[in-house]
Ligand binder design. Sequence first.
Ligand code: PMP
Length: 424
Amino acid sequence: MERPISEAYFQEAGRHIPGGVSSPVRAFKAVGGTPPYLVRGEGAYVWDVDGNRYLDYVLSWGPLILGHAHPRVLARVREVMEGGLTFGAPHPLEVALAKKVKAAYPGVELVRFVSSGTEATMSALRLARGYTGRDLIVKFRGNYHGHADGLLVEAGSGALTLGVPSSAGVPEAYARLTLVLEYNDAEGLREVLRRRGEEIAAIIFEPVVGNAGVLVPTEDFLKALHEAREFGVLLIADEVMTGFRLAFGGATELFGLKPDLVTLGKVLGGGLPAAAYGGRREVMERVAPLGPVYQAGTLSGNPLAMASGLATLEILEADPGLYAHLEAVGARLEAGLREVLTRKGVPHTINRVGSMLTVFFTEGPVRTFAEARRTDTELFKRFFHGLLSRGVYWPPSNFEAAFLSTAHGEEEVARTLEALEGAL
Ligand code: PMP
């Protein structure tokens, strides 16, 4: 599969844009080679400028749960677009989308729209600090919550892939306000709460981790997280990746969580930049203009992003069978991958929740960040390129989740397994 046009673009891009990309993991640094320049998508498939077709498991890193170019989403955006792109004024679609968020998350009484997951988590933490009057936050190793300063401490995703989980440019003094604990270490969390609980404003966590590859929370860990509230600590479920993906009400619904604040993004915007944070009225009322915690945005709640988000959520809400489909296809893919890898004698552990899946190349189990790092990244490179050259576009890092859309089905699973057979 040749990509001469993509290669020429990537060369040229490197002269104008750092690393040639607008977000690091797109540069394929972890796996080597040239990223295809994708210019068209339909359902489960994408096409590059060279005319190659790929089965897509990246789905723009999660937003496209209905697949590419869903006709009803495009139609809604087109219709709204005809009236102008943005006004920087309140818009009826914000009200409609806010009601959808509240329908999905019964614990959310007020919700504020922003434009990226980074903004959502950053704002939620500022709010937690403003509300509690405390400075410390707790996060977990290998969890990624966007690139705000205090969160780029032992972060996952692209930061982890590039080996810079803690970024340069984050002042020591600021990083010291972030306590980093091991994911799924319930006792470690309880110990920190006993020692410093009264100084902690919030705990932020991925309820199913996608950014160290997929990690599944243990019941006891979820229990320990909720115990934090006895110390007046706010619990922030970062559902940017899992929201509207694992269920209509995300991981909160799936696991029966009771977070004080939830952050959303990705599927919420249906492919355009929309994200949000929301929670209890009493907490959210501290946000400006009602309260003293400032947060704003020129394009926040813009009509196009609200339209694509709303169209996406309406489709998901109207048909619960879509989540059953995602689970069934996910289970089929997981079983198929396991069968092929076992038959070929490749050590592996597959972690999956619904439509999020990671193949770790290690015996496992993989429950923590430290265990995720045992994956054989050299073998992953071969897995990745073996698939890519056969027209299957898997996330270009072992520390990411592969995503399914409702457009993925039996045929796509078969195609993937065939590509894997060929690759091995
Ligand atoms: N939180 C989580 C759990 C995420 O997965 C991401 C992005 N992958 C973010 C926050 C940041 O979102 P964004 O890239 O839109 O800033």
